[in-house]
Each structure stands twice: as C-alpha cells, then as structure tokens.
Design a protein around this ligand. Structure first.
Ligand code: BJW
Ligand code: ZN
Length: 253
C-alpha cells in the first residue's frame, strides 16, 4: 500500500477547505484510475500504448473514422463496467457539504468517463466532453447538438446520425480543437470565485485546463494538489498531498 501524507498535511488541507467560501475541484484521469480507467501519460497509460496523432485529433478521425471509433468502442466497453471509487464519492460529499452550508462549489473535470455524475456530483463541467455523447460530423440541423449514444458495444462502426444518415463523432475535445466556450466560461468563473481549489489526479499539462489552478492563485486563493506523483503544479501548490486519491480524499472529507 502507498504511504499516505502525514496527518499534519491532511489537517492543513482540511482547514483550508473548512474555511472556504467557494470550493472548486479540478480532476483528471488519476481520479478514475482506482476504478480501473487507464490514465494517459502514466507508465502503461493510453499514450504509452497508442499514438495520439492517429486517435485524438480531428484529422485522424477524418482519415479513418472506423479506426478511431473502434478505439472509442473499446474504451466505452471498459468504462461501462466500472464504478465510481471513494475519490469520486468524496468529491460528491464535499459538494453536498458546501451546499448545505450555503457555500459555493464547482466541479471541473477533464474526464470523459461520466463517473462523477454516477457518484452523485450534480453538475460537473466536463471540459473535454463525454464518451457517451456523440454529434453529427456534418452538424446537420437536428444532429449538431450532442446527444446520447449508449450502446456498448456499438451496433455499427462508425455509428450513423439518426437525422441525416451521415456519420457521428464522439463528443470529445481532441487536440487542437476548441473547448465549448460555455464550459470555458463556467470553469474560469469558478476559478475566479474559488478561494480554494483541490486539483486531483491530473498531470496538469493540457491547456486551457492547466491554467485554472494558476488563475485561483493569482486571485489569492489556495491550491491543494492530490496526486500519486510530482507534477509541474506541485512546486506552486499550497498543500501537496501525495498518494492515491481514493485514500486521501475520503480522509480529507
Ligand atoms: C493519480 C492516481 C491516483 C494516477 N491517485 N493521482 C497553451 C500552451 C501550450 C499548449 C496549448 C496551449 N493551449 C492549447 C494548447 C494545445 C493543447 C495542449 O494543451 N497541449 C499540451 C499537451 C501542451 N490543447 C488543446 O489542443 C486543447 N484545445 C485548445 O486549447 O483549443 C484552442 C486552440 C486550438 C488550436 C491551437 C491552439 C489552441 C484541447 C485539449 C483536448 C485534450 N483532450 C484529451 C484527449 C481526448 C481524447 C480522449 O480521451 O478520448 O483529453 S488529451 C488527454 O489529456 C485527455 C485528458 O482529459 C487530458 C488531461 O490528462 P490528465 O487527466 O491530466 O491525465 P494524465 O494521464 O496526463 O495524468 C494523470 C495524473 O494522475 C498523473 O499526474 C498521475 O500521477 C496521477 N494519478 N493515478 C492520484 N490513483
Ligand atoms: Zn446528421
């Protein structure tokens, strides 16, 4: 079992959270690792095994939609079998407590796996989309807005748009694509309001998400990092809790 941070560090973080008027939580793939969802940049992570440029860009999709869809179908069949872990549960509990105390709360996630919702988080800002949603590649009138496609495994690859018969794409933000402007607005507004942000299980390398903790700090807010390892943020965060999110977050709650 991994060594957990000393009690005094957990207490320091808990004191910050207790004093917060507005708590923001920013999560990445590490929060779902203990559920069995692979991360991206860790050893044995997705980018260790697969080439980003052939899978996570629009050009790759346009070149070979079936190939990219097969990869997403594989990930969907994996994700459908897993459940939220104690880290997701702890974040949902933090939201409930902040709301009970009539304080502000926002959950911002880079994850596309839907596990925060399954754990009871009410309104996660899903910066990079959701693996259970698709939209029409041609943006036909009725298919342009994201809609659910829950079949797992998929009945056909690539799946077709029920409105125009063209193909649909995963409702996921690939490299070089713009995030939804409303998601960006809400995330940066939360960072501006937050006096404390907990950053959990992210390498904090991907922008614009990686800028959010710095936005909090620039406005005088505090940042607590929870991660198995050291990241670029670790040197700047106010409290760094090293260890598995599924063990540290329940202790904080
Ligand atoms: C644990 C744990 C446990 C493990 N407990 N911890 C400004 C500067 C530089 C570059 C850019 C910039 N602005 C934009 C860019 C380009 C690019 C970018 O950021 N590149 C960087 C890599 C340099 N950004 C974009 O392209 C974004 N679009 C954009 O900005 O549009 C405007 C624009 C357009 C054109 C040009 C310029 C600007 C879009 C980014 C979309 C990211 N999409 C992905 C993949 C989607 C595909 C899919 O999932 O199917 O989203 S990339 C991938 O990385 C995925 C993740 O959400 C994201 C973040 O990864 P995350 O969550 O941090 O995971 P890992 O694996 O990196 O880290 C896991 C961490 O957990 C580790 O630290 C572990 O230690 C830890 N851990 N187990 C606690 N149990
Ligand atoms: Zn369509």
């Amino acid at each position: 079992m991994a060594t957990l941070p000393e009690r005094s560090l957990i207490d320091k973080a808990a004191d910050l959270i207790r004093g917060a008027q507005y708590l923001a939580v920013l999560t990445g793939a590490g929060v779902s690792a203990e559920s069995g969802v692979p991360t991206f940049r860790d050893k044995d992570g997705l980018w260790d095994k697969y080439d980003v440029t052939t899978l996570a860009t629009l050009d790759a999709f346009l070149a070979d939609p079936a190939f990219v869809w097969k990869w997403y179908d594989w990930r969907r069949t994996l994700i459908v079998k897993v459940a939220p872990n104690p880290a997701h549960d702890a974040i949902a509990k933090l939201e409930a407590r902040m709301k009970l105390a009539e304080k502000g709360f926002a959950l911002i996630t880079q994850n596309i796996d839907n596990l925060h919702r399954l754990a009871g988080s009410s309104d996660p800002i899903e910066l990079h989309g959701n693996i259970w949603k698709v939209r029409c590649l041609k943006s036909c009138r009725k298919g342009a807005a994201p809609f659910d496609l829950l079949d797992s495994p998929l009945k056909e690859i690539p799946p077709k748009c029920p409105h125009c018969g063209g193909i649909v794409r995963p409702h996921i933000v690939w490299f070089g694509e713009m995030l939804d402007p409303e998601d960006i607005r809400r995330a940066f507004e939360a960072a501006a309001q937050a006096d404390v942000m907990i950053v959990v299980g992210t390498s904090n390398l991907v922008y614009p998400s990686a800028a959010l903790p710095y936005h909090v700090m620039e406005d005088g807010g505090k940042v607590i990092e929870v991660n198995l390892g050291v990241t670029g943020l670790s040197g700047d965060a106010d409290v760094v809790l090293t260890g598995p999110a599924g063990e540290i977050l329940p202790k904080l709650v």
